[in-house]
Design a protein around this ligand. Structure first.
Ligand SMILES: C[S@@+](CC[C@H](N)C(=O)[O-])C[C@H]1O[C@@H](n2cnc3c(N)ncnc32)[C@H](O)[C@@H]1O
Length: 313
């Protein structure tokens, strides 16, 4: 079996130029946090932009990503601070390192490396155990949800996190086929039960997405990360987020909007009671999407959206 750990990253960065420009990452910045190291392209670009006086902190909950980077960029690695942690721990991480970062960016979801690695269970095109944990040292694999959750719970998961309108049909087939051991089996069950439906994308896409989000508690992670990052950024600092589907983007959009409002009182309040200050200034009104050229060279980027905000108060 191929040990992917020793292979170089195959992940192509998404909207890197736009990130550098909108986040104002340059020599004048002293500390940048890349909250999602992944294949390391953002980290390398940040390092190049802020060195020699600046410092880059690279976080990832997947130790394999950190090991890979260190293996392939040993010289660079000596100059970068790596943190194997959830990005929801951003406040603790900064406290432990005694730093006040001026730029914080996260590029959500999984990397192409994770999708292609053996034994990770992220892909419906492979035949691995159904794991899907980004951090394999903790939590329960997705197989425990597939094989143990109630029918009602599975339908809820597929609808809420996968936006899957065939959830009942798919879950019915899953329940009948339990125990399901591999991603290949799960994918085949979904393909079979959705025959006759028009599918623009692979019929298992939404089920796999929903399971991954739940296994990794992704929405809660994003919410805590964004709110805590806003808290710890100094005035003038920038926060950026690249999302890959509407569920992620909605969280970013709503939190940015909430903190960009002057007044946080209820819409029904006759007068402002909160003396609210605007905390964020949104720099990307509707978000930025990749150019046609980028989508052509990296089709995975097609659904990405970058949002950036500056802390103003
Ligand atoms: C899309 S990749 C990042 C790609 C990177 N920007 C690059 O250019 O190569 C996302 C990475 O974030 C990590 N990740 C996702 N959620 C995380 C979380 N809650 N805490 C820490 N890392 C996370 C994943 O393990 C994955 O390696």
């Amino acid at each position: 079996m191929i040990n992917r750990e020793i292979l170089k990253s195959i992940h192509k960065p998404v909207m890197l130029e736009e990130v550098m420009k909108k986040m104002h990452i340059n020599k004048s910045v002293d500390i940048v946090i890349d909250a999602t190291l992944g294949g390391g392209s953002y980290t390398r670009a940040f390092h190049q932009a802020v060195m020699p006086s600046g410092r880059v902190i690279a976080i990832d909950r997947d130790l394999i990503a950190i090991k890979r980077f260190k293996r392939f960029y040993p010289d660079l690695s000596n100059e970068i601070t790596f943190v194997h942690e959830d990005f929801s721990q951003i406040k603790n991480i900064c406290k432990k390192l005694s730093i006040e970062p001026k730029r914080i960016i996260a590029d959500f979801g999984i990397s192409s490396d994770q999708l292609k690695e053996d034994n990770r269970g992220f892909s419906f095109l492979s035949d691995d155990l159904i794991d899907m944990r980004m951090d394999i040292s903790t939590g329960k694999p997705a197989s425990s949800i597939i094989n143990e959750a109630s029918e009602k719970e599975l339908v809820r998961i597929l609808r809420i996190y996968g936006d899957e309108n065939r959830a009942k049909k798919i879950v019915g087939a899953i329940i009948k086929s339990r125990p399901i051991l591999t991603t290949g089996e799960l994918s085949e069950i979904i393909v079979e039960v959705t025959k006759g439906f028009k599918n623009k994308i692979h019929p298992a896409t939404k089920t796999f997405q929903a399971l991954r989000i739940v296994v990794n508690d992704e929405y809660k992670e994003i919410e805590t990360f964004l709110k805590d990052s806003i808290e710890i950024l100094p005035i003038g600092g920038y926060l950026g987020a690249v999302s890959f589907h509407s569920g992620e983007d909605r969280i970013v959009k709503n939190i940015f909007k909430e903190y960009a409002k002057m007044c946080k009182c209820s819409e029904n309040a006759p007068v402002c009671m909160c003396n609210g200050k605007q905390i964020l200034d949104i720099q990307t009104k509707n978000g930025i999407t990749p150019t046609q050229e980028e989508i052509k060279s990296n089709p995975r980027s097609r659904s990405a959206r970058l949002r950036v905000a500056q802390k103003v108060n």
